[in-house]
Design a binder for this molecule. Structure first.
Ligand code: HEM
Length: 206
């Protein structure tokens, strides 16, 4: 039987997640594309990967009763951190593009207090904290605090929604990704709430 947890499959996933970064970095290094294009592409890839990461757990909850999804779900849950780290990687490219456009520290510092940019910075700080602790050593070292820290991933899409919305570019693309994302999270929370309520009100057998 094909083993989904095979390490070669993990390497293949890393390569797959890194492929979109190649043209982006080449164009960035050789200054081949406009600032706005690079900002859009890196920002969008980061948002898409973050949403994908956050949809893995709802997907598992919604499909766990089907035997056919069992091994896929196990693989997705163990690979979740790679999608999250890749999202962070594209956010770093986004930040590099921004810094090259505004090389003076004084500019970066003064823009930091404008709401649209400030929201990007807060999201970036949260994503950095999550990315650097997305490894087995941190899970062991932080113990129960690790789970608490990683709950901070949930405000990130909200910050990013307004970060993007306030710039006003391609808002239809923003909504195209954000609306299904919110619907999936809401459906998952509702099913979990109903399940929790039903199990709490079920008579105990003892
Ligand atoms: C480090 C802090 C950040 C700064 C300084 C920053 C800066 C910017 C700027 C200046 C724009 C407008 C680009 C333009 O003029 O075309 C922008 C747009 C955008 N940012 Fe950020 N950003 C930050 C963090 C993030 C993060 C963490 C993400 C994603 C996870 C992100 C995703 C986006 C997206 C999707 C857009 C909309 C694309 C567009 O307007 O072309 N940003 N950001």
């Amino acid at each position: 039987m094909f083993n989904l947890n095979h390490r070669y499959l993990r390497y293949a996933l890393w390569i797959l997640l890194a492929i979109p970064a190649i043209p982006l970095l080449v164009d960035f290094i050789f200054d081949e594309r406009y600032y706005s294009e690079l900002m859009y592409e890196s920002g969008l890839l980061s948002v898409q990967l973050l949403f994908l990461t956050l949809c893995i757990s709802p997907f598992r909850v919604l499909t766990q009763k089907y035997q056919a999804f069992k091994s896929t779900n196990r693989w997705l849950m163990t690979s979740r951190r790679y999608f999250g780290v890749a999202s962070f990687g594209y956010a770093v490219i986004h930040l590099f593009v921004y810094i090259r456009e505004y090389p003076a520290l004084a500019d970066i510092f003064s823009q930091m207090f404008e709401l649209d940019i400030a929201l990007g910075w807060i999201a970036m700080i949260l994503m950095t904290a999550l990315a650097v602790t997305s490894n087995n050593y941190s899970v062991k070292r932080l113990g129960p605090r690790w789970k608490k820290l990683h709950l901070w991933v949930y405000p990130t899409p909200v910050l990013l929604y307004f970060h993007w919305y306030l710039f006003g570019f391609f808002v239809e693309v923003l909504n195209f990704w954000f609306i299904p994302f919110v619907a999936i999270q809401a459906y998952r929370s509702l099913t979990q709430y109903i399940r929790h309520k039903n199990s709490a009100s079920a008579p105990s057998v003892s």
